[in-house]
Ligand binder design. Structure first.
Ligand code: AMP
Length: 437
C-alpha cells in the first residue's frame, strides 16, 4: 500500500483539547452545577448543537450574529452552531412544552460556539451550565436565580466574588419615553456592553433625545456603587420624569431586598449604565466576577418577551448561564483543588505470562467492588511496571505470582507506605478499603 505523508495535525485556532487533569476539573464543575440543578428543582433537557440560524439570530444582538458559526447544511438550510442556550429553551417552551404547568424550571449543559478572538478566558468552543425559570414575572423568581448563582460560587469554594447588577428597564424606559426606536436602543446597549459610554451618548443624541435626557444618561452612566439603597435612591431621583424607569428601579430594589431578607449574602456592585449585548433582556441583568479575573464568570437576567416572539403565549422568564471554563479558571487562580479523583487506584501486575488472565479476573473482581483497577497491558517486567504505577500515583499494586496463587493469595503492596503483604484473594477488596481508612 502506498504511504501518504500526512502533516502533524493540531486543533484549529480557538479550539482546545482537554487533557485528563483539566477535563477532571471541568467535569467537577459540571457535576456540581448538575447537582445544584437537582437541589433547586431544575429538570435537565438536551437541545441540539445545530439550530436554525433564524432562531439563534432573532434576538441575540449584532455582535453575536457576527460571531456565529453559520453554514448551509446539505439540505440547503441556513443553520448555525448554538452560541447560547436561551433561544433553544425559548423555542422549546413556545413549542413542545407550551402546555407544561408553570413555573417551569429547566437546566441544560453543553458546549457553545462563538467566533470570538481567542484570548485568556475567551474561547471559540466553551461550556455553560444554564438554568431557566419560566412563567413567573415576580421578583422572587429573579431572587431565586441570583441565590442559585451565589450558591454555585460558594459550593465551588470561590471567595471574594461580587455580582455586577443592573436593570434593562431603566435605560430602555428612558429611551422609549424619548421615542427612540428599538433598533437604535439595541445599538446603544451594544455600545454600553462594550463600555463605550461616550459613543453611547453620541448615539442617543443622534436619535434626537432631549438635552435633559442626555444629561440624565450621562449621570446614570456614572451611578455605581456597592450599597444598593444609596445607588438606587440616587438613580430614582435621576429618572423621576420617566415612569417605567422608576418602576424598573423599584423592581430591582424588590429583588435585592428579597435576597437580603432571605439571608443570602454576596457583594454587589449596582451599575445603572450596565447593559448586556443580548437583546432579549427586559429586566434584571447580572454577572458574577472573581477578583482575579476581569471577565464575567456567568451572565443572567430576565427576558419576558422572547418566548412570545417564538410563538408561545406571553411568558415571563429569568435565567442564568454559568461559564464552566471560566469557573475552572477562577478556581485555579484561587488555588482551589477539590479532591476529585477516586482516592483508590490499583494496578495489577502478573509476574509471568501465564498469569495475565488471572490479572484480568482480579481486576474485574475489584471493579465489581467499585475499586478502580488497571491491569498491566505492556508486558513489562515487574520492576518497570511498579515504577510506572508509582509515577501515575497508584495507591496499591497487586503482584500476581504462581506460588501465592496456589494458595489463593496475592501480594498487595501499599505504594505510600511501601509495605507489601500476602493476602487471601477473598479478603483483597476489604483489605484495600480498610488500608485507605
Ligand atoms: P453570555 O451568554 O454572553 O451571557 O455568557 C455567559 C457566560 O458564558 C459568560 O459569563 C462566560 O462565563 C461564558 N462565556 C461566554 N462567551 C465565552 C467564551 N467565548 N469563552 C468562554 N466562556 C464564555
Amino acid at each position: 500500500m502506498q504511504r501518504i505523508e500526512m502533516p502533524r495535525f493540531n486543533t484549529i485556532r480557538g479550539m482546545r483539547d482537554f487533557l485528563p487533569k483539566h477535563t477532571e476539573r471541568m467535569r467537577y464543575a459540571e457535576g456540581l452545577s448538575r447537582e445544584l440543578a437537582g437541589l433547586y428543582g431544575y429538570e435537565e433537557v438536551i437541545t441540539p448543537i445545530v439550530e436554525s440560524y433564524k432562531l439563534l439570530a432573532a434576538k441575540s444582538g449584532e455582535e453575536m450574529k457576527q460571531r456565529m458559526y453559520t453554514f448551509k447544511d446539505l439540505g440547503g438550510r441556513k443553520v448555525a452552531l448554538r452560541p447560547e442556550f436561551t433561544a433553544s429553551i425559548a423555542r422549546l417552551v413556545a413549542g413542545k412544552m407550551r402546555n407544561e404547568p408553570k413555573p417551569m424550571r429547566l437546566f441544560c449543559m453543553g458546549s457553545l460556539y462563538r467566533y470570538d478572538e481567542p484570548q485568556y478566558g475567551r474561547f471559540r468552543e466553551f461550556w455553560q451550565a444554564d438554568y431557566e425559570l419560566i412563567g413567573s414575572e415576580k421578583p422572587e423568581a429573579d431572587a431565586e436565580i441570583l441565590t442559585l448563582t451565589n450558591d454555585l460560587m460558594e459550593r465551588l469554594g470561590l471567595r471574594n466574588y461580587h455580582f455586577r447588577i443592573g436593570h434593562m428597564g431603566i435605560l430602555r424606559g428612558i429611551l422609549s419615553q424619548e421615542n427612540v426606536e428599538e433598533e437604535s436602543q439595541n445599538r446603544l446597549m451594544q455600545l454600553l456592553d462594550k463600555k463605550q459610554r461616550d459613543e453611547a451618548l453620541i448615539a442617543a443624541r443622534n436619535c434626537n433625545v432631549s438635552e435633559e435626557c442626555v444629561g440624565t444618561l450621562k449621570r446614570l452612566f456614572k451611578a455605581k456603587g456597592k450599597e444598593p439603597s444609596r445607588v438606587l435612591r440616587r438613580v430614582k431621583e435621576e429618572v423621576e420624569e420617566y415612569g417605567s424607569a422608576i418602576a424598573a428601579v423599584e423592581n430591582l430594589w424588590d429583588i435585592l431586598e428579597l435576597v437580603r431578607d432571605g439571608g443570602v449574602k454576596f457583594e454587589i456592585v449596582i451599575e445603572a449604565g450596565f447593559a448586556r449585548g443580548l437583546e432579549y433582556y427586559t429586566g434584571l441583568i447580572f454577572e458574577p466576577y472573581a477578583p482575579e479575573l476581569d471577565i464575567a464568570l456567568g451572565g443572567g437576567g430576565r427576558y419576558d418577551k422572547l418566548i412570545e416572539l417564538f410563538g408561545g403565549g406571553p411568558t415571563a422568564a429569568v435565567g442564568v448561564a454559568h461559564g464552566i471554563d471560566r469557573l475552572v479558571l477562577a478556581m485555579k487562580k484561587q488555588k482551589i483543588s477539590p479532591r476529585i479523583r477516586e482516592e483508590k487506584r490499583v494496578v495489577i501486575i502478573p509476574i509471568s505470562d501465564e498469569l495475565k488472565a488471572k490479572a484480568i479476573e482480579l481486576s474485574l473482581m475489584l471493579r465489581e467492588a467499585k475499586i478502580p483497577a488497571e491491569a498491566e497491558v505492556m508486558g513489562r517486567t515487574v520492576s518497570r511496571a511498579l515504577e510506572d504505577a508509582d509515577r501515575k500515583g497508584a495507591t496499591h499494586t497487586i503482584l500476581v505470582g504462581p506460588d501465592e496463587l496456589r494458595e489463593d493469595k496475592v501480594s498487595l503492596r501499599d505504594m505510600k507506605k511501601r509495605e507489601q503483604r500476602v493476602i487471601e484473594i477473598k479478603n483483597l477488596c476489604e483489605e484495600i478499603e480498610w488500608s485507605m481508612g
